[in-house]
Write a new protein. Structure first.
Length: 492
């Protein structure tokens, strides 16, 4: 049985879609490619269980629709599976129908038409929608879709008699489900990703997080131990938090260093494990000598780390810590259920930089309840942190309420949504009612990036250059910052 895990072409004048392994979708003028850990794990798991697997990322390789359809025709897969998100789900419905129509018109040498499965946060929130609006055959819900895809493939191949909970399908004209998904799988039993199978080099260079390249991604946990922020769509996939053993993660890092000569690793768990797990991991990094071979980056929460934690992380050669700032207004942080005080933001950035680490902060604009003056407070805090060197880098975006998130439900209750056309949920314009114009919302995002061109910021960055890797990093970063300014120009 042949299976293709694909990111089909999404030719769009809006820019390069950031689809794989991404909690918030955007179109970027300057391509950013993130290694999709869970789909790559799915490909590896299938291969290790005897299936013929092909990895096909048309977004990374610049394929168009004609090339993709000819590829499908040539390979004659039994099953195609791909990840979708809210802003592109309608495009994926069309692609699914195009594949079915193309191969139904005598274009398939074998006369068969492949089955197609979708997975991701959008279809987990609205699983029946895609079955009603396209010819997709299966929808895999929840975040363990690597395990579900193996179960589905075994079921189709006659190796298993039942479907695991979480799979939607058709039976005649009826849509049926095997039940609500359950996160019951042991993450330690997953194989280490076959990075050759999944074209790791395609994602190793065009990523703004890496100071040293090539870089790659892993996940020590699924997904965030807090998991209650109302705007986040990934608690839809992972309502429970699970970790791999620290020793298991360290073993994978050792393989990555030895086999692929990776220089930097980003752990994309929603929030990196803390407490005793973190201590064991850092100690292992030092004991095995990995701290002398790679930089390590991770997502983190303000207030989660002690000064002792930060010191140990520095010794383990952690570099970039990604923090969600989101807003400088306490009322907004409370409403988002961030469990965070504004003063902890400043304190956390200062403590991280004081330990020799590099905080990256994420900021959002466009909350329905915030005034323009509220938003300016966030802009000014972000600028101050960057100019003073307490934050190393920053990402500014427009808040988008994804289906399945508590914020989406709040929007429905308060009639805040301006549209339910999923195409518009792409950060090219606000989709929620705001207390000031959408032009001002977008200008705030652009102004956040423009701090990179202010003299105080430039001088601080020039003085921070210590080696050739720093210089190369800032040359790459400057191109991406320039691109982000245009990412938030409204698409006509």
């Amino acid at each position: 049985m042949k299976i293709i895990i694909s990111y089909p072409p999404l030719s769009n004048e809006k820019g390069c879609p950031t689809l794989g392994q991404n909690r918030q979708f955007q179109y970027f003028k300057e391509p950013t490619l993130i290694y999709p850990v869970v789909p790559a794990t799915a490909a590896t798991l299938l291969k290790e269980n005897g299936f013929e697997v092909i990895w096909n990322d048309c977004l990374a390789n610049g394929w168009g629709s004609a090339q993709f359809l000819e590829f499908i025709k040539k390979e004659q897969p039994d099953l195609i599976a791909f990840e979708t998100k809210t802003p592109v789900v309608k495009l994926h419905w069309k692609i699914i129908d195009d594949i079915k129509a193309f191969l139904s018109k005598g274009q398939s040498p074998s006369g068969t038409v492949p089955l197609i499965a979708l997975f991701g946060d959008h279809v987990t929130a609205l699983p029946e929608e895609s079955l009603k609006n396209s010819k997709v055959d299966f929808v895999l819900t929840g975040g363990d879709y690597d395990f579900l895809l193996l179960n589905l493939s075994n079921f189709l191949a006659g190796k298993e008699k039942t479907l695991e909970d979480g799979i939607y399908y058709r039976e005649g004209n009826e849509i049926k489900s095997s039940g609500r998904f359950k996160l019951k799988h042991d993450l330690n039993k997953l194989p280490f990703i076959d990075r050759d199978l999944t074209s790791w080099q395609d994602y190793a260079f065009k990523n703004g997080n890496y100071k040293r390249i090539p870089g790659t991604y892993i996940m020590s946990a699924r997904d965030c131990w807090w998991g209650k922020c109302t705007f986040c769509s990934w608690p839809t996939l992972y309502p429970e938090f699970r970790t791999r053993d620290a020793s298991n993660v360290l073993d994978e890092i050792g393989q990555i260093i030895e086999k692929y000569n990776i220089k930097e690793i980003m752990d994309d768990s929603g929030c990196f494990p803390v407490g005793n797990w973190l201590k064991e991991f850092c100690t292992g990094m030092i004991k095995r000598g990995f701290n002398k071979k790679i930089y390590f980056d991770c997502n983190m929460r303000f207030g989660a780390l002690t000064k002792e934690d930060l010191s140990l992380m520095k010794k383990a050669n952690f570099r970039l810590l990604l923090f969600g700032l989101e807003s400088a207004n306490q009322a907004t942080l409370d409403r988002l259920n961030k469990n965070l005080k504004v003063e902890k933001i400043i304190e956390g950035c200062k403590e991280a930089t004081g330990a020799g680490l590099y905080p990256h902060v994420t900021i959002m604009f466009g909350y329905p309840w915030e005034t323009y003056e509220d938003a300016l407070k966030t802009l000014n805090l972000g600028k101050w942190l960057l100019k003073k060197g307490y934050a190393y880098t920053m990402q500014a975006t427009m808040v988008i309420p994804y289906p399945g998130s508590p914020l989406f439900k709040e929007c429905q209750s308060n009639n805040w949504l301006k549209t339910l056309n999923w195409d518009d949920f792409d950060m090219k314009q606000p989709v929620m009612q705001t207390l000031f114009s959408e032009e001002k919302v977008m200008q705030l995002v652009q102004d956040m990036y423009k701090v990179s061109y202010q003299p105080e910021f430039i001088l601080r960055k020039l003085s921070s250059v210590r080696d050739i890797d720093d210089l190369k990093y800032w040359l790459r970063a400057s191109r991406k910052v320039f691109g982000h300014i245009f990412d938030f120009k409204k698409h006509e």
